[in-house]
Design a protein around this ligand. Sequence first.
Ligand code: MLT
Length: 265
Amino acid sequence: MQTIQLPNVRLAVEIQGTGTPLLLVHGFPFDHSMWQSQIDWLSQVCNVVAPDLRGFGSSEISKDRDALTMDRFADDLAAMLDELVIEQVIYCGLSMGGYIGWAFARKHPHRLKGFIACDTLAEADTPEAASVREANAKRVLEEGSEFLVSGMIPKLFSEKTRKTKADIVEQVEAMIRNTASTTIAAALRGMAQRPDSTELLAEFEIPALVICGSDDIISPPEKMQGIADAIPHARFVRIPDAGHLSPLEQPDSFNREVAEWLKSI
Ligand code: MLT
C-alpha cells in the first residue's frame, strides 16, 4: 500500500502491474480489498490502481462531518492521479464506485480512456430512498453499524454465494464493521444527494463495459442493460451466480470478461 498526501486528506492506494492504468473504485461501505482478485489477476495485463476512498479502509477519515458527495470523491481521485502522474485511466467502479464514476466523467472527462460500470445505477435516489439513507445515517451515528451489517448482507450476494462462500460473506461483514460510523453516515448523505446521471450516458464517447451479477437485486440486470443501451459504445455482460458483488463472488468470470474487453478496445 502506498500513501498519497493530498492537500486536505491522506489516501491509501494499492498499485500493481504496468501498462494502461485501470482505476478500481470500491463500493459502499467497503475498501480496496474487495478488488483483491482483480488486483492479483488484472495486474498481469495492466497497471491496477486501487485506492481506499476518503474515510474508508486505510485512508484518512474526512475531517468535516458533512455529506461525502460523489463530486468530492471524484475530485480526490483526480488529485490522487495528479500525484501519481497518471493522465488517463480506464475507470472501473462498483455501485457507489459507479456513482462516483459518473461524477468523474462529468468533472474530469479528459482523464477517461474507457469506463467499466459494475453493479451500479445511473439514476438518483427516489425521495423515499433518500429519506431511508438519512434515517440510516442518523441511526449509525447513534448506535454504530451493526444493524447495517445484518440489513445489507442478504441483499449483497447471490443465494449460491451465501450458501457456498462463507469466507467472502465474512470478508464483507468485516469491511462494513471496519468502516467508521462517521464515514458511513457522510457517504449515505452523499449518495442521497447525487444527481441523476441517465442523460450523461449518451455523451460517453469512450468505450464502456457494463457488468452485472445475474442475481443482483440492488442494481438488477434489466437496469444495467438500460445503462449499456444508453452508452453509444458499450458491451453488456451478465455474470452468472453473482449478486451485487460480482467481482468478489465470481472473480474468474469477472476477470475474464474485463481482460477480453480490454483486449478488444
Ligand atoms: C454499494 O454497494 O456501493 C451500495 O449498494 C450503493 C448504494 O447503497 O446505493
